[in-house]
Design a protein around this ligand. Structure first.
Ligand code: 5AD
Ligand code: SF4
Length: 479
């Protein structure tokens, strides 16, 4: 029997790329590929790329250069595929600009990977004619992508992403997504539930429903009617084993009353909402074609907070959008002060080819962008730290996800996506624990387990024999 072929996938960018990388791995597992942790011994390397900002897009070329050098040193030739949004946006440019790429494949064609790879291989080692596949095929890739095996699910741990929606019809003037991921498409409820059931069977407890514009979700409910995201969340919550649900990324315009009500009514829906605002200036929001103003953003935040008082917000910001004045930027700082965020991502505006804002005459100098980004990030970091500090002494439900750095430690996540270090046995991975937060540092929290799913079933009622995993949580924490 021949050795299994080894696959190394490196993903850049957003959570959808993480999900896509897993689906490509699952697809190729059927062809006999097994994952390897380094490109050194791989037979196939896939770079799953991101095109959102110039810096992200450039990474693919430095990575390809590094790969090539490494291969020369090792004296071996590996198949190299470039996937993701750079593949979609730049297509044949990539094979022109970088040597050693065998295949360029856009996000809508991942289900065709095995045949595309076979074709690339059959073209021979020396004179490989390159294959570039960036069509938006009529067939739905989700119908053809292989599901993960039970082992793959277990290996990936108790949290999982599930793509429920892809693409975007909003056309913000800075953004490449509508061009790289195409028009908005929602998967049917039934297919998503099948996938979630399978994940839950494999031990997954938390799913994050992902989409570039996830709250615009409108998948078929099985009766020919569109279901909104709130309905989907309700259906997912009914799947046995699923304890937590998140969704990302949302657009303020699509936060409807039903979804806000779901936050009020569904404890499984985590009280942490990533809601990008991009700017606090109405003038800039209009230029960005965001289809909302700051007042609408404040109103939504207030409504969501009224529905779920313990909710925390995170957001995305762009500074230095063309034409952004000092007053516009002051409006962004003011919005941040008024809302108060528990976390955020902020970026300097990066002109992207093919997007309307890239050709504006009002591009700002780099030093202005740097200054504003520095000021904004300092404020956001202060808010994040204040939020984390306010968690000291609070009791939070933590989903235990993986072993920690030191023996006996596990790392879990709070409802607010904070990493929390506790002392607990490995067998508790995948269970929810109630934890009192004791320490807060910049990177993580630490706490004491008060009880929880695993601990309640493991601790005998009184004085009985205790198994290895049945130590009382308090003793474990002191140990
Ligand atoms: N320049 C800078 N940031 C951008 N983003 C999207 N496009 C650009 C761009 N051209 C940011 C937005 C978006 C996040 C995913 O990336 O804040 O919400
Ligand atoms: Fe890009 Fe705007 Fe669509 Fe978000 S809503 S993916 S920023 S175009």
């Amino acid at each position: 029997m021949s050795e299994p072929r080894k696959l190394y996938v490196k993903s850049f960018g957003c959570q959808m790329n993480v999900y896509d990388a897993q689906r490509m791995t699952d697809q190729l597992a059927r062809e006999g590929y097994v994952e390897t942790a380094t490109p050194d011994d791989a037979d196939l390397v896939i770079l799953n790329t991101c095109h959102i900002r110039e810096k992200a897009a450039e990474k693919v070329y430095s990575e390809l250069g590094r790969l090539r050098k490494q291969q020369e040193e090792l004296g071996r030739r590996t198949m190299v595929a470039v996937a993701g949004c750079v593949a979609q946006a730049e297509g044949a440019e990539i094979v022109k600009r970088a040597q050693g790429v065998d295949l360029v494949v856009g996000p809508q064609s991942y289900h065709r990977l095995p045949e595309l790879l076979a074709e690339a291989e059959s073209r021979g080692t020396h004179k490989r004619a390159k294959i570039v596949e960036t069509e938006f095929p009529v067939e739905d890739k989700f119908d053809f992508l292989a599901p993960p095996s039970r082992e793959a699910i277990a290996r990936r741990g108790p949290t999982a992403f599930v793509t429920v929606q892809e693409g975007c019809d909003k056309f913000c003037t800075f953004c490449v997504v509508p061009y790289t991921r195409g028009a908005e498409l929602s998967r049917p409820v039934g297919k998503i539930l099948d996938e979630v059931r399978r994940l839950a069977d494999g031990g997954v407890r938390e799913v994050t429903l992902i989409g570039q514009n996830v709250n615009a979700y409108h998948g078929d409910d099985g009766h020919g009617r569109p279901a909104g995201l709130a309905e989907l969340v309700r259906r997912v919550a009914e799947v046995p084993g699923i304890a937590r649900i998140r969704y990302t990324t949302s657009h303020p315009r699509d936060m409807d009353e039903e979804l806000i009500a779901a936050h009020r009514e569904m404890p499984a829906l985590m009280p942490y909402l990533h809601l990008p605002v991009q700017s606090g200036s109405n003038r800039i929001l209009t230029a960005m074609n965001r289809k909302h103003d700051r007042e609408l953003y404040f109103e939504i935040v207030a409504r969501v907070r009224a529905a779920r008082p313990d909710i925390a917000f995170s957001s995305d910001f762009i500074v230095g959008f063309p034409g952004e004045s000092d007053e516009d930027f002051a409006d962004t700082m003011d919005l941040v002060e008024k809302v108060g965020f528990a976390g955020a991502f902020s970026f300097k505006y990066s002109p992207r080819p093919g997007t309307p804002a890239a050709t504006s005459d009002d591009q700002l100098p780099e030093d202005v962008k740097n200054e504003r980004l520095y000021a904004l990030q300092a404020l956001l970091e202060r808010q994040k730290q204040a939020f984390d500090q306010a968690c000291r002494g609070r009791r939070l439900d933590i989903l235990l996800e993986k072993p920690g750095r030191l023996p006996g430690q596990l790392i879990g996540r709070s409802p607010y996506l904070q990493s929390v270090v506790v002392l607990a046995p490995r067998a508790a991975i995948g269970s929810l624990a109630q934890v009192e937060v004791r320490e807060v540092s910049t990177k993580s929290l630490a706490g004491d387990i008060l009880g929880g799913e695993f601990f309640e079933t493991q601790v005998p009622p009184s004085g009985g024999p205790r198994g290895e995993a049945g130590l009382r949580p308090a003793e474990k924490v002191e140990a």
